[in-house]
Design a protein around this ligand. Structure first.
Ligand SMILES: Cc1cc2nc3c(=O)[nH]c(=O)nc-3n(C[C@H](O)[C@H](O)[C@H](O)COP(=O)(O)OP(=O)(O)OC[C@H]3O[C@@H](n4cnc5c(N)ncnc54)[C@H](O)[C@@H]3O)c2cc1C
Length: 374
């Protein structure tokens, strides 16, 4: 039986960011176990938006840390297009407060007017918006390239990454974790096990009696071929139409939705938009972007969020001593991934306490939800 100081289950963005951060802080005895290939889970289908628009100050700070990380790593495919959020009358006051909160944390963000938006995104239909916020340093990045970057950094630091290596079970008892068992029966011992297995995390944690309300929701993504050049417009989060739009390759646009998504299982969902979803996305897009009368929607796919009740991740110790969780990123784990690595490494090495906002205790009535109205 081999044994390691830290075993990380899941070779996605978060698991590999944690592995890289651990080795950077001197913990070289790290083993990452990935059942398929690195970055093949939620990471592979991420829209990669980078923006700091959160109610939770800790998440805002983490996304700001991520923004500066991507600025320092231009080879990772970060397109710094800027990012706009638009809200209707109901959300205007909250957005103003949110801009002030972000500015107070040092984020480069400003409230902008309808005229500003007309200049930033020509042809956008804005009459049902009441307020906007613009982050000039936001944009979108390449989650798979970023994941690869963390994998290489972790390996350079001494970590081992085993692909096609599925964990069947966590080992230990209710007091102490002792390692993992692989599907081929091999046992790997560990003082610390970090479950960073995205939408698969809750099932793994349940094996040692840890209940985590991390569900999997199916999210359709639709690609638009606008039929005319789009120009250098920012990424745009439309909280009236509940959609987001950003540049995609070959002059196309990627459209995601912010709808009450359907619960699914991470291994068995329809990997394309249904006709209804396609029609809904097309209707919302053409209403918001009337400047593209020749738009067609040639492609779609679906992905899976690992979602918590307050859309805020679970990061911290859970259940038996030695077990940690980093999951439930609820569709915003890309921008914060560099900070997740740092926070988890510091927590596991005893350099910093776990962040209270992300404690699993908030779901058991021992603490309040971070964002009761996410
Ligand atoms: C459609 C979509 C759009 C998104 N858009 C954005 C965005 O615009 N901005 C943003 O910040 N974030 C976004 N995100 C969120 C972000 O991409 C994710 O939070 C992040 O990529 C998740 O990384 P992860 O490592 O937690 O999970 P994953 O990438 O899912 O990695 C978990 C890994 O664990 C492995 N695994 C599972 N079970 C086992 C096992 N038993 N043994 C071994 N390995 C196992 C899986 O194979 C997988 O590779 C989006 C996500 C999706 C799905």
């Amino acid at each position: 039986m081999s044994s390691h100081a830290v075993v990380i289950i899941g070779g996605g963005l978060e698991g590999l960011s944690i592995a890289a951060a651990l080795t950077a802080r001197g913990q070289r005895d790290v083993l990452v176990l990935e059942r398929r290939t690195t970055g093949s889970g939620g990471t592979a289908k991420s829209s990669g938006l980078v923006r700091c628009h959160y109610d939770c100050a800790t998440l805002t700070e983490m996304a700001w840390e991520g923004t500066r990380f991507f600025e320092r790593h231009p080879g990772l495919g970060f397109h710094q297009t800027g990012h706009i959020v638009g809200v209707g009358e109901q959300g205007a006051s909250a957005l103003r407060d949110n801009v002030a909160m972000r500015q107070g944390l040092g984020v480069d963000v400003a409230a902008v007017t309808h005229d500003d938006i007309a200049a930033l995104w020509p042809g956008l239909e804005t009459k049902d918006f009441a307020a906007f916020a613009f982050e000039p340093r936001g944009g979108h990045g390449d989650p798979v390239a970023t994941c690869r970057h963390f994998a290489q950094a972790a390996q350079r630091g001494g970590a081992r990454i085993l692909e096609h290596t599925k964990v069947a079970a966590l080992l230990g008892d209710s007091t102490r974790i002792s390692g993992v068992r692989l599907v081929d029966g091999r046992i790997i011992g560990a003082r610390t096990v970090i479950v960073a297995a995205g939408a698969w995390t809750a099932d793994l944690a349940a094996q040692v009696g840890v209940t985590l309300p991390i569900g999997a929701t199916r999210e359709p993504i639709v690609i638009a071929a606008p039929g005319a050049p789009v120009g250098p417009v920012p990424a745009f989060t439309d909280l009236v139409g509940m959609q987001y739009v950003r540049h995609e390759r070959h002059g196309r646009l990627l459209i995601g939705s912010h709808t009450g998504a359907e619960l699914t299982t991470p291994d068995g969902y329809l990997n394309k938009a249904t006709d209804v979803e396609l029609e809904r996305a097309a209707a919302k897009f053409t209403t918001r972007f009337p400047a593209f009368p020749d738009v067609v929607f040639p492609q779609s796919y679906a992905a899976c969020y690992d979602i918590t009740p307050d859309l805020t991740p679970v990061i911290g110790p859970a259940g038996p001593e030695g077990l940690h969780v980093a999951a439930g990123f609820s569709g915003h784990g890309f921008a914060i991934a560099p900070a997740v690595g740092r926070i988890c490494a510091e927590m596991v090495l005893g350099l910093e306490p776990p962040p209270p906002d992300f404690s699993p205790a908030r779901f058991t009535g021992q603490a309040s939800l971070v964002t009761p109205t996410p």
